[in-house]
Design a protein around this ligand. Structure first.
Ligand code: SF4
Length: 279
């Protein structure tokens, strides 16, 4: 257990998601950094996805990527599919944009927490700000699931709070590179109503987290889910929670979720924040 209470706890969308799903999972995964060893196949796939993100970032910066593509046929296939489907996204910046940056980092302090986001690409002009995110999952979730996902909620919320764009001027577009033959695009427009809902939800969740942390630093664990909860069936901490009578087999949905969680435990500290103002 941690011995001292941190002044400002950094939280990403993955950690908010975990906190909402099960506070005890948040404790084990985030505060105590407990993880099962990653299966080699999953680890390899995750690294391939990371390399794809890096390649898009390099291309965005005008750096050569051909030698990397030749060495990795899967990346070549994904980049070609992406370039065919989204030439305007991969095109160089034009004068019509006032801001364009890949791997754009932003943070927002709420209560004692630093909410952090990293956009794969952010493009903004006088009227709108567009967040883009690339996914290399084979199976995209539906639009409703994406809207409810903490990545969508936090990414749009932080941008609205840290820029002078109205929620209605902000959108978030997901590119599912590996889906079927062509990449699938899902664009979600943001709104003032959603912004208020997310703000309210954040306040509730962070207030609960503060209360749970207080008891945690006094030696008590975060709350568990009730006995028999479905989430326990696939949880890597089931044994620790004495829920081992449940099924341990991890479904693909749970693997995707765990991937998202793991990906969000990246060290974001080295990425610089850039101000974004409309002209
Ligand atoms: S086994 Fe259940 S209660 Fe325990 S951490 Fe996992 S989801 Fe939460």
């Amino acid at each position: 257990m941690l011995s001292t209470q941190p002044q400002l706890l950094r939280l990403s969308q993955g950690q908010l998601h975990l906190l909402e799903i099960c506070p005890r999972q948040f404790q084990h995964a985030y505060l105590e950094q407990l993880h099962s060893p990653t299966e080699p196949e999953r680890q390899e796939y995750r690294e391939l996805g990371s390399r794809f993100h890096l390649l898009v970032q390099q291309q965005e910066m005008g750096l050569p990527i051909d030698s990397f593509l030749q060495a990795e046929p899967q990346l070549q296939t994904w980049m070609k599919a992406f370039a065919d489907a989204a030439p305007e996204i991969l095109a160089s910046a034009t004068d019509s944009y006032i801001f364009r940056e890949s791997e754009h980092y932003r943070s927002l302090q709420v209560q004692n927490y630093l909410l952090t986001v990293v956009y794969d690409l952010l493009i903004a002009d006088n009227q709108k700000a567009q967040i883009f995110d690339w996914k290399t999952y084979p199976q995209p979730p539906n639009q409703r699931q994406l809207e409810q996902n903490w990545q969508t909620r936090l990414y749009t919320y932080v941008l609205a709070e840290t820029s002078d764009y109205l929620p209605e001027e902000i959108s978030m577009t997901y590119w599912f590179i590996q889906s079927q033959q062509r990449p699938q695009i899902i664009k979600l427009n943001y709104s003032t109503a959603q912004h208020h809902q997310t703000g309210d939800k954040l306040m509730q969740l962070l207030s609960k987290l503060t209360a749970w942390l207080e008891i945690y630093y006094c030696g008590e664990d975060f709350p568990q889910l009730p006995e028999g909860s479905k989430a326990c069936q696939y949880c890597q901490f089931a044994k620790r929670c004495q829920r081992t009578h449940t099924n341990f087999e991890m479904t693909s949905a749970v693997k995707s979720f765990q991937n998202a969680v793991d990906n969000n435990l990246l060290n974001l500290a080295s990425i610089q924040e850039v101000s974004l103002e409309k002209k």
